[in-house]
Design a protein around this ligand. Structure first.
Ligand code: LHQ
Length: 258
């Protein structure tokens, strides 16, 4: 259900159930948890999550057993607690950038997965669908938290209440995603972005991620105090020494990620 390829500091994770638009079953969740665990290895400096075939991810697999039959009840909360909460928290906690490479539709919890990543790059033909309300559910896997923070209350409301398809171009204009690129250029653009981040000062990137995430709950003073702590740590890092030396010597830095 998953293809993992780790080389040159880049862990590429591909959701691989293309005939179901890479929707999640328990097995794919378990494999993704393992892959993200393995990506904690310091040799991995950036993670790319993409989808096989024409879609990114259509959220929860709505096949067999997805809804209760007459007189039955089904605990969707348990699926979220066991699968989606650990997935999203793992991505946010990972001390390196995680890129969502969205080469097609991202729907339901598949959209939440993409939006929980640190940078989202998409093909021009890709789209984002808050499909939840269409099947009488609420955006989950962090959706109700992520959406208003990314695009504001009004656009979040419109997306979540109506569940219409949002084009990648509109998503970029709204700030829901980082960039959308022409379909033909997409693989090269994803590679270039990943390679750039894989040769960047990883410890600094990890702390940038930590600080931006912490800002959601901090006031200005608390946030500046966090910056003091993080900058103090980074001041002792080999990559900071290398960055300053490279600047003085007017050459490109060679960051080790330490
Ligand atoms: C699928 C799926 C899918 C199975 C396409 N499952 N087969 C929910 C419940 C429990 C707890 C946790 O949280 C959640 C959160 C959620 O994620 S709820 C939202 C779940 N996702 C959706 O509601 C999206 C459902 N899919 C669609 O609306 C469409 O497939 C989209 C708009 C994404 C794409 O449309 P098309 O490009 O027209 O493709 P398609 O519909 O023809 O799909 C291709 C195949 O993939 C098709 O199978 P088939 O055998 O007919 O070729 C679909 O049945 C299958 N597929 N999504 N989620």
């Amino acid at each position: 259900n998953l293809i993992v390829d780790t080389r040159e500091g880049i862990a590429r994770i591909t959701l691989n159930r293309p005939d179901r638009l890479n929707s999640f079953n328990d097995a794919m969740h378990a494999e993704l948890r393992d892959a993200l665990g393995a990506a904690e290895d310091p040799a991995v400096r950036v993670v790319v999550i993409g989808g096989a075939g024409r879609g990114f991810c259509a959220g929860q697999d709505l096949g067999e057993g997805a809804a209760a039959g007459p007189g039955e009840s089904l605990d969707l909360g348990r699926t979220l607690e066991q699968n989606y909460l650990p997935l999203i928290t793992r991505i946010r906690a990972l001390r390196k950038p995680v890129i969502a490479a969205v080469g097609g539709v991202a729907a339901g919890a598949g959209a939440s997965l993409a939006l929980a990543c640190d940078l989202v790059i998409a093909t021009r033909s890709a789209s984002f669908i808050q499909a939840f309300s269409k099947i009488a559910l609420v955006p989950d896997a962090g959706g109700t938290w992520l959406l208003p923070r990314l695009v504001g209350r009004q656009r979040a409301m419109g997306l979540a209440l109506l569940g219409d398809k949002l084009s990648a171009e509109q998503a970029e204009q709204w700030g829901l995603i980082w960039r959308c690129v022409d379909d033909a250029a997409f693989p090269a653009e994803v590679d270039a972005l990943a390679a750039r981040l894989a040769t960047a000062p990883t410890q600094a990137l990890a702390r940038i991620k930590q600080a931006l995430d912490a800002s959601e709950g901090n006031d200005l003073l608390a946030q500046m105090q966090l910056e003091v702590k993080l900058q103090r740590e980074l001041g002792a890092s080999p990559d900071f020494a290398e960055g300053v030396a490279a600047f003085a010597e007017k050459r490109a830095p060679r960051f080790s990620g330490r």
